[in-house]
Design a protein around this ligand. Structure first.
Ligand code: G1P
Length: 293
């Protein structure tokens, strides 16, 4: 069915400077796993075997991460640490990973357009690595199930408080069923009072290849960038676009607080969980008596 996923990963990561001076922001770890690996794992769990990363200059650490590492593997083998060696080898087997560079930072829409030659004339998925989504089945799997039924463009949606809508693409839609919406229009980062609803687009999409011709004729929008939302808006006038309120929790790891929240939640679910729970309980107790004025 849909086997290709595109991950735009060309951004500068200025919000995480100085950490991102020499390290791509996508490589910052959630506990000990780079955020981008969690997204590739979500795709692998959804049965997608082909991942195209849209990268940029100075992002080689991402390629190294998904490649074999003969020296490190040999070192671990000599030390008898086969478990960790397997962990490293498995990363390179998650998917067939390809790379295309986005030479100029012209926006998300332009990054997706860079995938055109690789994707060809078939539907494909897009995942934005700033959005980490924790759910039982995985957000991409959920979108694929909806796609199987409707065979059209499918967008992941989330209800967002009014004051935060200006950070998202926001849709006009009418309800088709529980969590399911027929999208008639979209607007990128509207002022809250002009937002057509409280349903925001989150970084998981199933797109039909017609998006490429729409992107080709899309001029700069919000922030002077070529916006995927603007091309989707054109597409929605010609073809069916459906929205799905996915289950689970989304973390915006593109900002500090979201990154810390994701780290805590993933750590609570890991082998560190019991110790971290004790520590957090103790910390909460202390915070009740601390003064911050
Ligand atoms: C991008 C999209 C926006 C979407 C958001 C989801 O914005 O342009 O439509 O709602 O991702 O995270 P960004 O957060 O990259 O500015």
């Amino acid at each position: 069915m849909i086997s290709k996923l595109v991950i735009p990963a060309a951004g500068w990561g200025t919000r995480f400077l100085p950490a991102t001076k020499a390290i791509p922001k996508e490589m910052l770890p959630i506990v000990a796993t780079p955020a981008i690996q969690l997204v590739v794992e979500e795709a692998a769990n959804a049965g997608m075997e082909d991942v195209l990363l849209i990268t940029a200059r100075d992002k080689q650490a991402i390629e190294n991460h998904f490649d074999r590492s003969a020296d490190m593997e040999a070192f671990l083998a000599a030390r008898g640490d086969d478990t960790l060696r397997e962990v490293l080898i498995n990363i390179s087997q998650l998917a067939r990973i390809h790379y295309v560079r986005q030479g100029e930072a012209l926006g998300l829409g332009h990054a997706v357009l860079c995938a055109r030659d690789h994707v060809g004339n078939e539907p494909f998925a897009v995942a934005l690595p700033d959005d980490l989504i924790r759910s039982d089945d995985g957000c991409l799997s959920e979108l694929l199930s909806v796609y199987k039924k409707y065979r059209c463009t499918i967008l992941a949606l989330q209800r967002v408080p009014k004051e935060k809508l200006s950070s998202f693409g926001v849709v006009s839609a009418h309800r088709l069923g529980e969590g399911l919406w027929e999208i008639t229009d979209l607007v990128e980062k509207p002022p809250p009072e002009q937002a057509p609803s409280d349903l925001a687009v989150v970084g998981r999409y199933i797109l039909e290849p017609e998006i490429f011709s729409a992107l080709e004729t899309t001029g700069p929008g919000v922030g002077g960038e070529i916006q995927l939302t603007d091309a989707l808006r054109v597409l929605a006038t010609k073809r069916r676009v459906i929205g799905w309120e996915f289950s689970g929790h989304r973390y915006d790891v593109g900002n500090h607080l979201g990154f810390i929240k994701a780290t805590l939640e993933y750590a609570l679910d890991s082998s560190l969980g019991p110790q971290l729970r004790d520590y957090l309980t103790e910390l909460c107790e202390q915070l009740r008596f601390r003064r911050y004025d």
